[in-house]
Design a binder for this molecule. Structure first.
Ligand code: ATP
Ligand code: MG
Length: 248
């Protein structure tokens, strides 16, 4: 369905169309629609705006990803459907591989996501293979030995709490974008960007490009990451949602 740009909820409806198209193309799982709906509800409470607490987290996330020795971008069916070009761009500016890692495992869907990312400009996309994410059961625990397995920083937008917790337990630092400040992922990640992935990704890219130009010292970057108070950021997001003045 073509959404008229004059509609007051145009961006929200157009984003919904992207997820629905992802399901139709076999990229996004049908369960991804429910996850998206949960995200929409939290976004409504944020007034569908990027708030200062998200901008602060984006700054730290940019520093952490830039300072990483081996950053990896984990891509699931929702992220691929919503921000494929931005994921590819982030991968290029960071020199970080894209790795498909989905909750409801399906070899066919993994291949479709990889093909879709390539259609959007990716040169290479890693698939889960012989390495394991410890503490996760079933096929979801598989990851790529050259990707997530050896990453020091993993970017996992819209991730499930189990896997986020397992990555943190493996000693990795995790950056997430998650509209729900109460989710296990938001609470366990090193840096949680409480914002819609469609708004946060362009801002994260711009921040990284800006930091690259300024060529921050490793010491400055470390300080930014060390001083990051994720819990305080989540508290600000929760209080913003509770304040009830975030009209859409
Ligand atoms: P957790 O497992 O971390 O406790 P959950 O089980 O509630 O979270 P999942 O389905 O595992 O939820 O993860 C999807 C997460 O992505 C949810 O927290 C949802 O709010 C969030 N989300 C959905 N769509 C978007 C979006 N467009 N931008 C940012 N976050 C989103
Ligand atoms: Mg979950």
């Amino acid at each position: 369905m073509a959404v008229p740009t004059s509609h007051p909820r145009y961006i929200s409806l157009a984003t919904r169309e992207l997820i629905a198209a992802g399901v139709e193309a076999g990229i996004t799982s049908i369960h991804g629609l429910i996850a998206h709906g949960r995200g929409e509800a939290f976004d409504y409470l944020l007034g569908e705006k990027t708030h200062p607490f998200a901008k602060d987290a984006i700054r730290t996330a940019a520093a952490l990803l830039l300072a990483a020795n081996h950053p990896v971008l984990s891509v699931n069916g929702n992220a691929a459907a919503l921000v494929p070009k931005e994921l590819v761009r982030l991968s290029v500016i960071l020199g970080a591989p894209l790795e498909v890692n989905i909750f409801h495992s399906s070899k066919k869907r993994e291949r479709k996501i990889a093909a879709f990312l390539k259609k959007n400009g990716a040169k290479e996309v890693l698939l889960p293979s012989a390495a394991l994410i410890k503490g996760i059961r079933h096929n979801r625990r598989l990851c790529n030995p050259s990707g997530i397995a050896k990453a020091d920083v993993v970017f996992v937008p819209l991730e499930d709490g189990d896997r986020c917790g397992a990555l943190v337990a493996m000693g990795k630092r995790v950056v997430t974008i998650d509209l729900n400040p109460l989710s296990r992922t938001s609470r366990m990640a090193t840096v949680s960007i409480v914002d819609n992935v469609v708004r946060a990704m362009p801002l994260l890219i711009r921040e990284i490009e800006g930091m690259k130009k300024k060529s921050r010292s490793r010491h400055q970057t470390r300080l930014l990451v060390k001083d990051h108070a994720n819990k305080a950021i989540l508290k600000k997001a929760i209080s913003r949602m509770r304040s009830g003045n975030s009209s859409c």
